[in-house]
Design a protein around this ligand. Structure first.
Ligand code: PRP
Ligand code: MN
Ligand code: MG
Length: 182
């Protein structure tokens, strides 16, 4: 285990197993045109890669990049789009793929924005769901694991851009971010 990690919350094997179950559920979605699967960068890159390899329905992929945490463990409350979609989504069914829903700000902002652009439907698949962090009401249509309120890293989740590469999700030792809050 990485020395900055206090404990592992979801192992690589547990994540793999759960993604296969989620992919089955998601593959039951029926759409007229291919589903547009949108990965929310950067956090979603590993989950996106693992999920799409297990989906069995026609799909297209696009990516959008947002940032609201920066180098803090608390959301700034402002969602910035750093890179937008490359293709129009008007009249299309969209699946937003996220690593985690915490305050809910990122996904509620993105969902509203895609609906405003004329998406026919916007569903949400998140590898992790932290309901205790919510400040806006939003529930992912597909959620891998419900997780407790600790600050988590790994499997795409970062603290100040670090730890995304860990193949598991773990609790970061508070000593790593103590004194660096906000
Ligand atoms: C993190 C995470 C989600 C979002 C969840 O992204 O990847 O996108 O925050 O938090 P919320 O529900 O409180 O909005 P971040 O802004 O850190 O950008 P990143 O994906 O590049 O790490
Ligand atoms: Mn993110
Ligand atoms: Mg982040």
């Amino acid at each position: 285990m990485h020395p900055d990690i206090e404990s592992v919350l979801c192992s690589r094997e547990q994540i793999d197993q759960r993604i296969q179950e989620m992919a089955k559920e998601i593959s039951a979605i029926s759409t007229e045109q291919p589903l547009i699967v949108v990965g929310v960068l950067k956090g979603a890159f590993l989950f996106m890669a693992d999920l799409v390899r297990n989906l069995t329905i026609p799909l297209e992929m696009d990516f959008i990049a947002t940032s609201s945490y920066g180098a803090s463990t608390k959301s700034s409350g402002v969602v910035q789009i750093l890179k937008d979609l490359e293709r129009p989504i008007e009249g299309r069914d969209v699946l937003l793929v996220e690593d985690i829903v915490d305050s809910g700000l990122t996904l509620s902002y993105l969902r509203d924005s895609l609906l405003r652009r004329g998406a026919k439907s916007v569903r949400i698949a998140s590898a992790f769901d932290k309901p205790s962090g919510r400040t806006v009401e939003i529930t992912p249509d597909f959620a891998g694991f419900t997780v407790p309120g600790h600050f988590l890293v790994g499997y795409g989740l970062d603290y100040a851009e670090r730890y995304r590469e860990l193949p598991y999700v773990g609790v970061l030792k508070p000593s790593i971010y103590a004194g660096a809050q906000d």
